[in-house]
Structures are given as structure tokens and as C-alpha cells.
Design a protein around this ligand. Structure first.
Ligand code: OAD
Length: 252
């Protein structure tokens, strides 16, 4: 993989870097993406599993699906792409990692500040009183039906379902970071789900150098200054190594 001089210069000199990740960044950890041929939405119906009305109609089925996904995520390990992004955080004065992923793998790879636009499936809360439910309680429920210790309300995963709004605090931080970034990386996302897909466009409009990392072109490729085609787990570690070397050279 060859990188442009422009990208390498920017990687070495930027002080404000923002990154958006999607499910492609976790693909090499063995976690299914959504829209690839073998993705979750090819095998499951989102309207039966990722909507609040579906949950209220059949909480066991919905919680059961999240228990299945949590089980896969718990057995998975962060891959070199997650680790490279955790390392990147230490290289820049202002580094913002925004993810659409709910799998918690960025945090497990060592990223300290992760803005989760779509929540996190390792967390659960009561839809009546809002109290968080311990993950082991949820996983231990044999039929998937979990009720709140305090009020008996239904417990749901802390993820954003279709038709729901994104956490306002996460949105504000993500949009600020995108509009202030000098360099913006969009990694492993098809960039078709809004508002998250707006972020690379916000960054581009504000003057950032926008780079995509994906195994194939996506809906945002045309807005990118550079598209790096290949697996994130192969590209990112090399990119971060080169950035570090250049930064060291600039110091001497
Ligand atoms: P998608 O399944 O839509 O897109 C995954 C992207 O990752 C595709 O563009 C693939 O080409 C790319 N990809 C696959 N393997 C890769 C690899 N090893 N390296 C780099 N890229 C790779 O998933 P998202 O864009 O994350 O929302 O989907 C966005 C949202 O749609 C999800 O957060 C979820 C879903 O509905 C909610 O659940 C709210």
C-alpha cells in the first residue's frame, strides 16, 4: 500500500485529527458488519430487532438477539486496526475517535476517549426508571426477559434503534471535532446511515483533509481527498508507524 506524500505530511504535522469508524473496523475481529453480503441485515430483519416497537412487542426476542451479539463480542478481541487507533490517540494534541459501533472494542483496545454515536451493547437500562442493569444479570436471564431490580420495568440494551435520536452529548462532541479537524479519517463504514454519515462531509466542508479506509468504495468516497482500499487492520498500523517515524524525524 502506497500513501500520498500529502497524507503523510498531514499525518505528521496535524494537531487536530478526528476519526469516524463503522463496523468494518471490527470485521477482522470476527464481528459481522451490517450491509456486506454476510452482514447482519442480510440475515436478520432490522424492523423486528432494532426498533422500540419491536422490543415492546417481543422483548425476549430482542434481548435474546443482543445476548447473542454480546456473546460474540465478548469472545472477540480487538484487532490491529483498533490498536492502531488507540496508539494514534497518544500522538496528537487533539484526537477524537467517533464510532458507530456498539461492540466496545475501541475501549478494550486502549482508546481512552470514545464517542459512541449508537450506544454500547454491553450496557443496559430500564425503560421505566432509567436505572442501569448489571451486564451479568442481563446475560444470565435464561429467556432474555430482564426486569429492573428497582421498579420492575423492562430492561433494554443501551443502543440507538431506528427512529431514535442519537445521544446529544456525543453528537455535539463529534460535530465539533469534525468541524475543527485538519485531518479526518472515515474507516470501515458504508456511510449510508445518517446523521453519522454526515460527519466526513462536515469535516470536508470545514476544510479537513478527508481520507477513507475501506475494502471497497463507499457512499462517501467521492467526498474524500484520498481513498485507501484495503483492510483497516493492514492499513492503519502501517499508517500510524509512518506518522510516528515522521514525527520523530521532525523533532530531530
Ligand atoms: P455497514 O455494514 O453498512 O458497512 C460496513 C463497511 O465496512 C462497508 O463499507 C465495508 O466495505 C467495510 N469493511 C468491511 N470489512 C472491512 C475491513 N476489514 N476494513 C475496512 N473496511 C471494511 O456498517 P456501518 O457503516 O457501520 O446502526 O453501518 C452503520 C450503522 O448501520 C450501524 O452503526 C448500525 C447499522 O444499522 C445502528 O444500529 C443504529
Amino acid at each position: 500500500m502506497r500513501f500520498s506524500e500529502e497524507l503523510l505530511d498531514r499525518l505528521a504535522s496535524a494537531t487536530r485529527v478526528a476519526v469516524l469508524t463503522g463496523s468494518g473496523v471490527s470485521a477482522e475481529s470476527g464481528i459481522a458488519t451490517f450491509r456486506d453480503p454476510n452482514g447482519l441485515w442480510a440475515r436478520f430483519r432490522p424492523e423486528e430487532l432494532a426498533r422500540v416497537d419491536a422490543f415492546l412487542a417481543n422483548p425476549e426476542r430482542v434481548q435474546g438477539w443482543y445476548t447473542y451479539r454480546r456473546d460474540i463480542v465478548h469472545r472477540a478481541e480487538p484487532n490491529p486496526a483498533h490498536r492502531a487507533l488507540a496508539l494514534m490517540e497518544t500522538l496528537y494534541e487533539h484526537f477524537t475517535l467517533v464510532t458507530q459501533n456498539v461492540d466496545d472494542l475501541h475501549r478494550r483496545a486502549g482508546s481512552g476517549q470514545v464517542i459512541e454515536l449508537h450506544g454500547n451493547l454491553t450496557r443496559n437500562f430500564c425503560i421505566t426508571c432509567g436505572k442501569a442493569a448489571a451486564p451479568d444479570r442481563v446475560d444470565a436471564a435464561p429467556d432474555g426477559l430482564v426486569r429492573c431490580d428497582d421498579c420492575g420495568g423492562l430492561v433494554r440494551p443501551d443502543v440507538v434503534w431506528f427512529g431514535e435520536t442519537l445521544p446529544p452529548d456525543a453528537v455535539e462532541k463529534a460535530w465539533t471535532a469534525a468541524s475543527e479537524a485538519e485531518l479526518f479519517l472515515s474507516i470501515g463504514t458504508s456511510a449510508v446511515v445518517y446523521p453519522a454519515a454526515e460527519l466526513p462531509l462536515v469535516a470536508a466542508r470545514a476544510g479537513a483533509y478527508v481520507v477513507e479506509v475501506n475494502i471497497e468504495p463507499s457512499a462517501m468516497s467521492e467526498a474524500a481527498d484520498e481513498v485507501l482500499i484495503g483492510p483497516a487492520g493492514s492499513i492503519l498500523p502501517v499508517l500510524v508507524d509512518i506518522a510516528r517515524e515522521r514525527m520523530e524525524d521532525m523533532k530531530t
